[in-house]
Design a protein around this ligand. Structure first.
Ligand SMILES: *Cc1c(COP(=O)(O)O)cnc(C)c1O
Length: 460
């Protein structure tokens, strides 16, 4: 069975973000089921999912209420569009609930099938907004290096991932990138608060270099997720906000990861006191049970599009998909009735912070940081106190050791990151930290034994 699936996988399935050839040679682990915060492979191994799938399974696996919501909706109306003067209850109720949970100035939603489509929508909406306002030259969107905003052409153009930019260009024009507030790797000895202010100053410099009259919007995640769980210094966001207020520029806060409780608030923007004009959402919106995304649209942009815009030629077959919307609605209702967000803020976040910080004492760890239920470990060579040579692949080695020992912890270069389901319990956080420490020990041993090519070893 396993071998059949693996062989067929190799023969036919091109995986996302994968080196097809290398993956074919190594073979894939086969995941067959899941419950709570654990995934289970076809060998019966229970693996603690420290990444909530891909930052999305916030309510954990095996929630019958979500299955029931999908089943009921599929019986009633599995699919219908909302293009031609039609609508349906699940999308409307979900829109209403989202606007109730969002900050007061946000009262409209545009639905998409994914986070990438949400950011495509952002790009079109922002430019449309300024065109309606009679300022079509205000086109440029400022984003950040090492940002992730999805993998469609617009998503990857907004993102600042150099390896993605190197493939499939030319990129969407009118997007530029400024430095990221990544203190551990890029501060060169500056204290965090000065560094944070300098990174915000880079935004103002970019605006002035382009001309305020050319800049449409700034887009950023509250905490960079895929970039490496990068938590900006406290000085960063207030300084960015001040710059945007000084010039007439829209703020887009990508809430695809930080939204829906990850930082201990319904939205990451709320944690940082931001008032975004647009908030792309996806992932935790449905706890990943079905694909759905959207853009929460603040009054300033919404009123303009509605009152002055005429037809907006944009939408997707699956915008507001009834079954996906029904599951997302049930997901949010469960989060609300179970007090999930509040628990992350007052209990789980602080508990993880305390346990995670203990790993900072490990010789391989240069920094341990967390906020809510997102965290990172920066790996360093104990011999030098600096980063390992990239060719050693220390992060990937640690990730593979984790997986083999029953923990999903992802690597971004030599940064190890976690983003567990928001329903994780204290003893499961303990298990996560214990397994992470054991994996660090084993990684250190392997790197000491085979300093040249640890990646050659099979961990199967
Ligand atoms: C995952 C992600 C996206 C893209 O979402 P998809 O559903 O994969 O298209 C966009 N922005 C951020 C911040 C993300 O983490």
């Amino acid at each position: 069975m396993t071998h059949d699936i693996q062989a067929l996988d190799r023969a036919h399935y091109l995986h996302p973000f994968s080196d097809f050839k290398a993956l074919g040679e190594e073979g894939c682990r086969v995941i067959v089921s899941a419950e709570g915060v654990y995934i289970i492979d076809d060998q019966g191994n229970r693996i603690l999912d420290g990444m909530a799938g891909l930052w999305c399974v916030n309510l954990g696996y095996g929630r019958d209420e979500l299955v029931a919501a999908a089943t009921q909706q599929m019986h009633a109306l599995p699919y219908y569009n909302s293009f031609f003067k039609t609508t349906h209850p699940p999308a409307v109720k979900l829109a209403e609930m989202l606007c109730r949970l969002a900050p007061a100035h946000i009262n409209r939603v545009f639905f998409t099938g994914s986070g990438s489509e949400a950011n495509d929508t952002v790009l079109r909406m922002v430019r449309r907004y300024w065109a309606i306002k009679g300022r079509p030259e205000k086109q440029v969107i400022i984003a950040r290096e090492n940002a992730y905003h999805g993998s469609t052409v617009a998503g990857m153009s907004l993102g600042g991932m150099a390896p993605m930019h190197a493939q499939g260009g030319p990129l969407v024009p009118g997007i530029c990138h400024i430095r990221q507030p990544y203190w551990f790797d890029e501060s060169h000895g500056q204290d965090p608060e000065t560094f944070g202010r300098d990174c915000a100053a880079a935004l103002e410099e970019q605006i002035l270099a382009l001309g305020e009259d050319k800049v449409a919007a700034f887009i950023a995640e509250p905490v960079q997720g895929a970039g490496g769980a990068i938590i900006p210094p406290d000085s960063y966001w207030p300084a960015v906000k001040a710059v945007l207020e000084k010039y007439d520029i829209l703020l887009v806060v990508d809430e695809v990861i930080c939204g829906f409780g990850r930082l201990g608030e319904w939205f990451g923007s709320v944690h940082y006191g931001l008032e975004p004009d647009l908030m792309p959402i996806a992932k935790g919106l449905s706890s990943g049970y079905l694909p759905i995304g959207g853009v929460l649209v603040g009054d300033r942009v919404a009123e303009t599009l509605i009152e002055e815009g005429g037809e907006f030629f944009h939408g997707f077959t699956y915008s507001g998909h009834p079954t996906c919307a029904a599951v997302a609605l049930k997901n949010l209702e469960l989060m609300e009735t179970e007090g999930v967000v509040e628990r992350v803020r007052s209990d789980l976040g602080p508990y993880l912070a305390q346990r995670w910080a203990e790993l900072a004492a490990h010789p391989l760890v240069g920094e341990a940081r967390s906020l809510g239920l997102i965290g990172a470990l920066e790996l360093i060579d104990p011999a030098t106190g600096q980063r390992f040579d990239k060719s050693l692949g220390a992060g990937n080695l640690c990730r593979d050791i984790c997986f083999a020992s029953g923990l999903v912890m992802r690597s971004v270069g030599d940064t190890m990151i976690i983003s567990p389901p928001l329903v994780i319990r204290h003893h499961e956080i303990d298990e996560l930290v214990t397994k992470a420490r054991a994996a660090l020990d084993e990684t250190a041993r392997r790197l000491a034994d085979t300093p040249t090519s640890p990646l050659q070893e099979s961990l199967a």
